[in-house]
Design a protein around this ligand. Structure first.
Ligand code: HSE
Length: 370
């Protein structure tokens, strides 16, 4: 049985990964060992594996015994530990959710429904590093799978609506704390019909801009507001999250850089889980109807779900509330734009912790053991 070690399994992406692996009975196919950066010697989670205690996530001799390491611990851990493992002669598979190695030549970004052939070729060619993609990129590629397969896309403008959970567990707590503060500030008058809505709004506006408003993690109010900045600045006015849109898309598709142009603005919104994106797409053809385009999108893979472009269906199925916790990739609001017959817009929602993070990793483990 393949010996697989897990690092970072207790974190947010790690917990979703464990949950999915348990549901899909993945642990029965591998010999799992759990590692910890802080509690080595403690009790490992019980997935009926032989190794019951936690090993030290920095113990190179323990890690080099494995055939495969799956890490959701983050880029710092990757930068610290992987070079030491390779220097010690370890030739195992490194499966990683962090962005540290994504653009390296000796690493493949994994999203097997899209680039399964590239994964198989990479395995044949001895590539050992398999890295999960940026969440918005993976979700966008699954949503547009049918259009990419038909080589229909010239460029994409992507405007994102990214959930608080994409920034980390502390950020979810902060969003809820902020929301609570907003409610508390008006709880005595919110049901009082004699209070004007301007009184209510003015109190909320005061509290949201007050010095004590909790914003340690976001650096700004998110409840009752949006933050049009995700990750660090690049040199050309882009943020790093926006830069990833183009470079990772082309790398996943196995194209030379900039073949498909992807540009846009990435925005954090007060959603707990699931990322949404409004996409404007320049097609290479003008002669396709909305029905033909919708059919191509709907039939591309088992997860994409086309939502009819009407209000009841959109409200019922094209929201983070409807999608969170599922593997569905909802695609709706598909319409032609007045710019020309080769321009379309659509809105897509996917759970960034599932297809955007955990799912490609567990599927890669399954590819290795199959
Ligand atoms: N960078 C993403 C976000 C996390 O901030 O939402 C998922 O890759």
């Amino acid at each position: 049985m393949m010996k697989v070690g897990f690092v970072g399994w207790r974190g947010m992406v790690g917990s979703v990964l464990m949950d999915r692996m348990q549901k899909e009975n993945d642990f029965a196919k591998i010999d799992a060992t759990f590692f910890s950066t802080s509690a080595a010697g403690g009790l490992a989670p019980d997935y009926k594996q032989t190794q019951k205690t936690l090993k030290d996530a920095y113990a190179i001799d323990e890690l080099t015994r494995l055939d495969c390491i799956v890490t959701t611990q983050g880029s710092d851990y990757t930068h610290d530990v992987l070079p030491k493992l390779r220097a010690a002669g370890w030739n195992g598979y490194w499966i990683d959710a962090a962005s540290a190695l994504r653009m390296n030549k000796d690493a493949l970004i994994i999203l097997d429904p899209i680039n399964g052939d590239n994964i198989n070729n990479a395995l044949d060619n001895g590539i050992k590093n398999y890295i999960g993609g940026n969440c918005t990129v993976s979700l966008m590629l699954l949503a547009l799978d049918g259009l990419f397969k038909a080589d229909l896309i010239e460029w994409i403008s992507s405007m994102t609506y990214q959930a608080a959970s994409g920034a980390g567990a502390n950020n979810i707590r902060e969003l809820l704390l902020q929301s609570g503060k907003l409610y508390d500030s008006v709880s005595d008058i919110i049901n009082d019909k004699s209070a004007t809505i301007l009184d209510i709004a003015s109190r909320v506006n005061q509290i949201i801009n007050s010095a004590g408003f909790p914003k340690e993690y976001f650096g700004a109010p998110l409840a009752g507001s949006v933050i049009p900045w995700i990750d660090s600045a690049m040199e050309n006015g882009q943020t790093k999250e926006e830069w990833k849109g183009a470079v990772e898309t082309n790398k996943i598709l196995g194209l030379t850089p900039d073949t498909v142009k992807v540009e846009g603005l990435c925005v954090r919104v007060g959603v707990l889980r699931s990322h949404s994106q409004a996409l404007t797409i320049k097609l290479k053809r003008k002669d396709l109807s909305v029905e033909q385009i919708s059919e191509m999108i709907a039939s591309a893979n088992p997860w994409v779900k086309v939502i009819a472009n009407n209000k009841p269906d959109t409200l019922a199925g094209l929201t983070p509330a409807a999608i969170s916790g599922t593997l569905d990739i909802a695609v709706g609001r598909i319409k032609k734009l007045k710019f020309g017959d080769d321009y379309i817009a659509l809105f897509t929602v996917g759970d960034q912790l599932l297809w955007g993070a955990a799912e490609p990793l567990r599927r890669m483990v399954n590819i290795l053991v199959s």
